[in-house]
Design a protein around this ligand. Structure first.
Ligand code: GLN
Length: 488
């Protein structure tokens, strides 16, 4: 028997929504109401949303309808219903980061990316479930319960942005924001059969993001198509005075870049990403996608990224070290949860952190604190920084020869709930193809590229040079337009 699924039929594109709102065929209020109705009908089975922001959404929809009525030119996301991962601040809505320790916290301001979406006309529907502090690959680390994969309800949606991916796949948003520190946009996009973008580090301001690992954290869009993702990235990208790491490079016109054909682009295929541990059906789907690109006039080049095998240990030293520092601020004093039963300040800290953080977050704080401790700093943290440099150099060398690199996004399709929860290392290995680009700071995307024999989506990862999102979008659209469709 096929597992139960909750998918959408033909979701509207961003451009189609904006045109309909502009010419009055359908109001922004109707788009908003319809999406809330969909959430009401199916989210009890998916659990993508942690909070809804109906009042703010409907107010914005009315504003867009009034603009349309008075004949004003509508902004690029006018009337587009979007959801926001719960690690991003949105004024008037709770922000839990999937953690009990932030229960009851209401941030007093919008993250820059959230504010830019709304300024571009988007309707902010609410906050999306995720792994606690974005730590995880299956969304099973949320303190508020897991998200289910809309393609098969007994499977995980991927993580940590599982709610963001599942909401798009199930028609509970047209676009969403997620975050990616080691794969958390690309891997759930792949598991849920949607498009997810990892922008170059510095392309999107992190102001208002609840930090996990600041040198790795990135904010990016999910949508049904590459073009919709490109439109959303065009809106949220660009310098922000509130984030010193945001780049001042101008934001290109991605739609214009995508209008160029892919013919003549040099595509690198790294041998290290097609080795042991890759599911044969995933391999076949990605090879099919590569053949499509060849058919469109791309040239295919085997390449080597020789330090790939060090990526997982390097990532889990650096990400946990940064997390141990970032999460020190949650002490029961300023935000959210405070243990009631403590008589001294240190007991209050200890008990609030003990009761507030889940098991995976505690594991990472311990690992990171250890890696940074005086006697071990050189052996772990400094060494990992050096390996990070080598991994980056692997990509810089490769991009001397090729314009983009294609790989599987994840070694397998979506796994079953509970399948890896007892084995943290098996869970960490789900990120094996994604952490490298995170460490190198380069950009990438996951685009649907076929299905397994059980009908589960498979994603192709396409990586590009720093600030070369335009090329990544072009190649992704090549795969998408070619319609690498279900094998079953
Ligand atoms: N799965 C990886 C982790 O657990 C990546 C998470 C992320 O990108 N936020 O750290």
């Amino acid at each position: 028997m096929k597992p139960e699924s909750v998918l959408t039929e033909k979701p509207p594109s961003i451009d189609c929504i904006r045109r309909q709102v502009a010419d009055g065929t359908k109001t922004a209020q109707a788009f908003a109401e319809e999406t809330y109705a969909r959430i009401g009908a199916v989210d009890s089975r998916i659990h993508a949303y942690l909070a809804l922001s109906r009042e703010r959404a409907l107010q914005q929809a009315k504003k867009m309808d009034a603009m349309a009525k008075s004949g004003q030119t509508l902004p690029p996301l006018a009337g587009v219903p979007v959801g926001i991962k719960d690690v991003l601040n949105m004024q008037g809505a709770p922000a839990t980061a999937g953690s009990k320790i932030l229960a009851g916290y209401h941030p007093p301001y919008d993250a820059t990316a959230v504010q830019r979406l709304e300024a571009a006309g988007a309707i902010l529907l609410g906050k999306l479930n995720c792994d606690e502090f974005a730590m995880g690959s299956s969304n099973e680390n949320s303190a508020y319960g897991p998200v289910r994969n809309p393609h098969a309800l007994d499977r995980v949606p991927g993580g940590s942005s599982g709610g963001s991916a599942a909401a798009v796949a199930a028609g509970m948003a047209v676009g969403t924001l997620g975050t990616d520190t080691g794969g958390s946009i690309r891997q759930p996009a792949s598991f849920c059969g949607v498009v997810g973008v990892l922008p170059t580090y510095g392309r999107v301001s992190r102001f208002g993001l609840i930090a996990f690992a600041s040198s790795l954290d990135r904010i990016g869009p999910f949508a049904n198509t590459v073009l919709d993702c490109a439109t959303m990235l065009g809106v949220i990208a660009g310098h922000d005075d509130m984030d010193a790491t945001s780049s001042a490079l101008p934001v290109p016109d991605y739609a214009a870049e995508m209008a160029k054909p892919v013919e003549g682009l040099r595509i690198g295929v790294p041998t290290e990403y097609f080795a042991d541990g890759l599911d044969p059906e995933v391999r076949a789907a990605i090879e099919g996608g590569i053949e499509k690109l060849r058919g469109e006039g791309c040239t295919i080049h085997p390449i080597s990224l020789p330090h790939t095998r060090y990526a997982i240990p390097t990532y889990y030293v650096l990400a946990t070290a940064e997390a141990s520092a970032n999460l020190a601020r949650f002490d029961g004093v300023r935000y959210g949860y405070r243990a009631e039963d403590a008589n001294t300040l240190s007991a209050m800290y200890r008990r609030s952190r003990d009761g507030g953080f889940g098991a995976e977050v505690k594991r990472r704080i311990l690992l990171g604190t250890y890696a940074l401790s005086a006697g071990y700093y050189d052996a772990y943290y400094r060494k990992a920084q050096q390996v990070r440099r080598l991994l980056t150099q692997d990509f810089l060398n490769a991009f001397e020869q090729v314009d983009a690199i294609v790989t599987p996004t994840a070694p397998t399709p979506a796994f079953k709930l509970g399948e890896k929860t007892d084995d943290p290392v098996a869970m960490y290995l789900a990120d094996i193809y994604t952490v490298t680009a995170s460490l190198a700071g380069i950009c990438g995307i996951s685009v649907p590229c076929g299905h397994s024999s059980e009908g589960l989506p498979i994603g192709m990862q396409i990586l590009g040079k720093h600030f070369n999102e335009g090329t990544v979008f072009r190649v992704a659209q090549g795969v998408e337009q070619q319609g690498v469709m279900p094998v079953s």
